[in-house]
Design a protein around this ligand. Structure first.
Ligand code: GUN
Ligand code: ZN
Length: 432
């Protein structure tokens, strides 16, 4: 790859801007308007400068556009594009009525391959370059997802779903088959290129104690692997978990007792957690993947983002498609703002953008590779238009501060604002 330089308004973060009143000099914000981002021949960020680079650098002029690190979606389901916008149900009924039937189709390896390619291309078209992803229970679905991610050079964390009960025939594994499939997948994919394996417990109700114990053993036996699951999303789910695991102190405790709550654990939702749960998450360094679009759509509840953080829990931002209704992290941020507003808290654009970039990278232990425009990081970034269409353009023309401008983008923008998306320096998506 030839080295090149991109001219645009560069926005990223050096640290968490926090919950204070946002202003244009907020701590952690790094704003370099009309600068050049230098990308070297290996697809890494070589520098940022105000002046044009010397002529040996190929120049891409995106003056007047915004360049940010690629977004990181910390919880999203590859096979659920087909269940987006399914009407009328809460979590458990939604799984049974729409989601499990859709996931059954991934018994077919061709469906896995087509679904994975479509899904990753869709992420890129939404400005998302890295993700923590659920495929299905089928080994072939994880194979296909890793294959498609490797072809694109994307930073993807995933693993075959573990579910050995309370799901339709055709969508369950066993402790033995799960151990065999997971071990083979870890050996083949974990640490290969930019890929990492996540032991993927769907949620407590669909795994037996024996399978949860297996997940704990696998996590301990394979350093560097992750654990992803759902926790405390919905009230009926909580009641069911209490019935299924009468000895557990709480939903989170079902996981904790098997060693599944640690620094590499990504737990989606975390709406209905008590003080002991929060203290445990903070102590162990596990993160909550806050999924506001999904929580609104399925009527699950309003997660306490600021409260979690105040108690020391890392919170990242996730689309949770297909419970969530859009792969756009901007729409996800807009939903997060509304969820927090209902709790009396105001989410700034800085906090939201940080969570979807450097915040997620840090929580995943990947801040030296992704999530910022730091020199040496992999050049995963996207170029954005500030406003698309006459309504957003009118709002954009009226802004009086940088935060106001970015907050309008976060609230009114979506994938139509994406101009192009780069992974490891390569342009993998360009709007028509
Ligand atoms: N809990 C168990 N499975 C799922 C899923 O697919 N989506 C959501 N939002 N919650 C879950
Ligand atoms: Zn989910």
């Amino acid at each position: 790859m030839n080295r090149y330089a991109v001219r645009a308004d560069l926005l990223d973060f050096t640290a968490d801007p926090g919950w204070g009143k946002p202003h244009d000099a907020s701590a952690g914000l790094r704003w370099r308007p009309d600068h050049w981002l230098l990308v070297d021949g290996s697809g890494r960020i070589a520098g940022v400068q105000a002046e044009a680079p010397e002529p040996s650098w190929l120049r891409l002029d995106h003056r007047g556009r915004l360049l940010m690190p690629g977004f990181i979606d910390t919880h999203v389901h590859m096979p659920q594009l087909e269940v987006l916008a399914s009407f009328g149900t809460e979590l458990l009924h939604w799984l049974e009525t729409y989601t499990f039937p859709a996931e059954l189709r991934y018994a077919d390896p061709e469906a896995c391959s087509a679904g994975s390619n479509r899904f990753l291309d869709a992420l890129l078209a939404h400005g998302t370059t890295a993700a923590v992803v659920f495929p299905t229970v089928h080994k072939a679905s994880a194979e296909a997802l890793f294959t498609a991610a490797e072809q694109r050079g994307m930073r993807v964390i995933a693993g075959k779903c573990l579910m050995d009960r309370n799901a339709p025939p055709g969508l369950t594994d066993t402790v033995d088959s799960a151990e065999r499939d997971s071990t083979e997948l870890i050996e083949r994919w974990h640490g290969r290129g930019r890929l990492a394996y996540a032991h993927t417990v769907r949620f407590a109700p669909t795994s037996s104690d024996a399978q949860l114990a297996l997940a704990g053993r696998l996590l301990a036996a394979h350093p560097g692997t992750y654990l992803q699951t759902h926790v405390a999303e919905n009230q009926d789910e909580l009641r069911w978990v209490a019935e299924l695991f009468p000895d557990a102190r709480s939903y989170l405790d079902v996981y904790a007792r098997h060693g599944l709550v640690g620094a590499r654990s990504v737990l989606a939702h975390g709406i209905w957690l008590d003080a002991d749960d929060r203290a445990l998450l903070a102590r162990e360094g596990a993160q909550i993947a806050h999924s506001p679009s999904s929580n609104l759509f399925l009527g699950s509840g309003l997660a306490d983002w600021r409260g979690l953080e105040q108690e020391g829990v890392a919170v990242t931002l996730a689309s949770d498609v297909g419970g969530g209704t859009s792969l756009s992290m901007l729409r996800t941020m807009a939903d997060a703002y509304k969820v927090q507003a209902l709790r009396g808290v105001r989410l700034s654009a800085w906090k939201a953008l940080y969570a979807a970039t450097r915040g997620a990278a840090t929580a995943l232990g990947l801040e030296r590779e992704i999530g910022s425009l730091d020199i040496g990081c992999v050049a995963d970034f996207a170029l954005w238009q500030y406003a698309v269409g006459p309504v957003a353009a009118a709002r954009d023309a009226a802004v009086s501060s940088l935060h106001e401008r970015l907050f309008a983008l976060m609230t009114l923008g979506d994938e139509r604002n994406v101009v192009s998306t780069y992974v490891a320096g390569q342009c993998l998506y360009a709007a028509a």
